[in-house]
Design a protein. Structure first.
Lengths: 111, 114
């Protein structure tokens, strides 16, 4: 799987948009970009994933650059409950392939 | 809907004692199953994954083992725990739908080896 690079930590004001960047310059054409988050002492939670096009769901939006070498996860209106470690992962999405997590970005939403 | 059960939530064990953590999945058939470990303040490390009954792949050498006696049951074991086995253990499952796969995690087991 391609390696990803994320800032170790970020702060965001409550109610503002949180934009979490991820670099994946060695991504292959068949690798998807996945985002998960982990709130302290809980299992990771799936957020969103995409291949080429931008994606949006009830939790977040995923913006992937045209060259696919980087992406941004956007939480449109961050709340205190969004404080967590956010993991960006790129991988080929087929059954049996492993999902390996890096260090992630620790997002702190402040009132 | 699919659910994943993992127990116990917390466990304190002495060094040298055995370990058995169980994970079961409901509401899906033939899932891919995974065991991850997270040391304090660090990312998730893949330990084992299984694509079917009796099929186990190990990612790192260690004194842990995994078994899948039934389609929706995944067990993590050790004959003799080490201090370094302390950590947060997570079971996960995934299915492939239309070429896309999502991973879903259990609530985790916090293991302290003393």
């Amino acid at each position: 799987d391609a390696k990803t690079t994320q800032p170790p930590s970020m702060d965001c004001a409550e109610g503002r948009a949180a934009n979490l960047p991820c670099n994946h310059s060695t991504i292959s054409g068949n690798e998807y970009v996945y985002w998960y988050r982990q709130i302290h002492s809980q299992g990771p939670q799936y957020i969103i994933h995409g291949l080429k096009n931008n994606e949006t769901n009830e939790m977040a939006s995923l913006i992937i650059t045209e060259d696919r070498k980087s992406s941004t996860l956007i939480l449109p209106h961050a709340t205190l409950r969004d404080t967590a470690v956010y993991y960006c992962i790129v991988r080929v999405a087929y059954a049996g392939n492993m999902l390996t997590f890096g260090g992630g970005t620790r997002l702190m939403v402040k009132p | 809907s699919q659910t994943i059960h993992q127990w116990p939530a917390t466990l304190v064990q002495p060094v040298g004692s055995p370990l058995s953590l169980e994970c079961t999945v409901e509401g899906t058939s033939n899932p891919n199953l995974y065991w991850y470990r997270q040391a304090a303040g660090r990312g998730l490390q893949l330990l084992f994954y299984s694509v079917g009954i009796g099929q186990i792949s190990s990612e790192v050498p260690q004194n842990l083992s995994a078994s899948r006696p039934q389609d929706r049951q995944f067990i993590l074991s050790s004959k003799k725990l080490l201090l370094s086995d302390s950590g947060f253990y997570l079971c996960a499952w995934s299915v492939l739908v239309s070429g896309r796969e999502k991973l879903f995690f259990g609530s985790g087991t916090q293991l302290s080896v003393l």
